[in-house]
Write a protein that binds this ligand. Sequence first.
Ligand SMILES: Cc1cc2nc3c(=O)[nH]c(=O)nc-3n(C[C@H](O)[C@H](O)[C@H](O)COP(=O)(O)OP(=O)(O)OC[C@H]3O[C@@H](n4cnc5c(N)ncnc54)[C@H](O)[C@@H]3O)c2cc1C
Length: 392
Amino acid sequence: MSKPNIHIIGAGPAGLTAALYLARVGLKPVVFEQAEDVGVRFGGALQCLENWSTEEDVTALLAGLGIAMNFHCEPVQATTFYGPERHPHALTATRPLFYQVERGGDVGALDRGLKEQALAAGAEIRFGERVEHTDATRTIVATGAHTADAHVEQLVFETSHPDACMGFLDDHLAPGGHASLLIREGRATLSSWCFDETAPMFAHLDQTLDAVRHELGLEVRSPRHVQGFVNFSMSPPWTRGDRLYFVGERAGFQDALWGFGLRYALISGILAARAIVMGEDYDDLCQRYIVPRQEVSLANRVIFRQLGHNGYNWALHKAADNNVMAVLRRQYLSTDTKSLLHEIARQGSHPMLAEPACHGEHCQCLWCEHARLDESTEVDDCVQDHLVTPVS
Ligand SMILES: Cc1cc2nc3c(=O)[nH]c(=O)nc-3n(C[C@H](O)[C@H](O)[C@H](O)COP(=O)(O)OP(=O)(O)OC[C@H]3O[C@@H](n4cnc5c(N)ncnc54)[C@H](O)[C@@H]3O)c2cc1C
């Protein structure tokens, strides 16, 4: 029997893990990436690979999925968080809270590591090629966020300050979200995550920098801005027949509380590839391995929205008095209350922005095929109603 012709659109973590899995079993996937290299828009930014949403350590999980650790993956077991009153709360855990990874094409970066694994396995990657139509037998769509449920603003810079990890829960710095500073070996990433759709976009980084400087007095060299959106509006099904498979953030797989979608991207890429290779139902796999955790994160977002400044102080005191890992693990367990809250969150969610999803009635592009599937959903109403802006 002839091998299927498999295209993967997008060389982010989701597309690359799909590619390495498919290539390892002898298929010859072709990955199309519009940029000139992997991770270009994140270049050098530090990100968190969260480790609290499952009992199993995320590094063991990735090893089990066949993803080798050929990139820096620095465990972080302690952090200092500040509430609105700027009192430091030392949060410590009995195992790594998250792993710090670097994004981009440099040696040691996650994207570079995944690219090398995919190429070594025999995948082909074509850079500088933006794809909107495909006639491949199977296509994995891994193009990243296409609606914006929250936005993130970052400053990536160099500093002589020692390694550090700190966070803020304060609506002046990160409305409805969190702000953070990560420093590793002289490279720093300052972030402000805004989950409040009424707050102005990308307007909180200066205050966050002031707050960090007040606490640490650090110097900032060679600063570079990174902006982007996160997309946690899941719209199943994630397959069209056995031809199109939507993965990673393009599928709306993302943690709705923190905006940490890396883990979802890595896992969903593998699941789509596995579905193609083993003839399994990708939607079923997503329902089993991705959806329950994401639903809990949506419920957590509903709770978080109610906290406000007093609630942030209370939550940080509670976390500081306990093993923060145990607190976070509890928050990520499925319960009846969480299911109810998730349902409320799902019905009330409206993305702030949408990738151009309607190029015309007969348009066959990937965006339109996805949007057309469920024209009655709120997401699609929003695509019509909201400002339509390309996602950076
Ligand atoms: C500023 C910022 C900070 C973040 N920090 C964290 C964090 O600390 N921890 C965490 O877990 N998550 C974080 N996230 C989320 C995380 O980056 C995403 O969830 C993850 O990158 C999604 O992976 P992906 O492969 O689905 O998509 P992406 O990483 O977005 O990759 C999509 C790729 O597809 C390419 N592409 C798009 N359209 C086309 C096309 N038509 N043709 C060809 N190529 C195309 C793009 O150039 C891109 O390379 C952050 C997101 C942002 C924006």
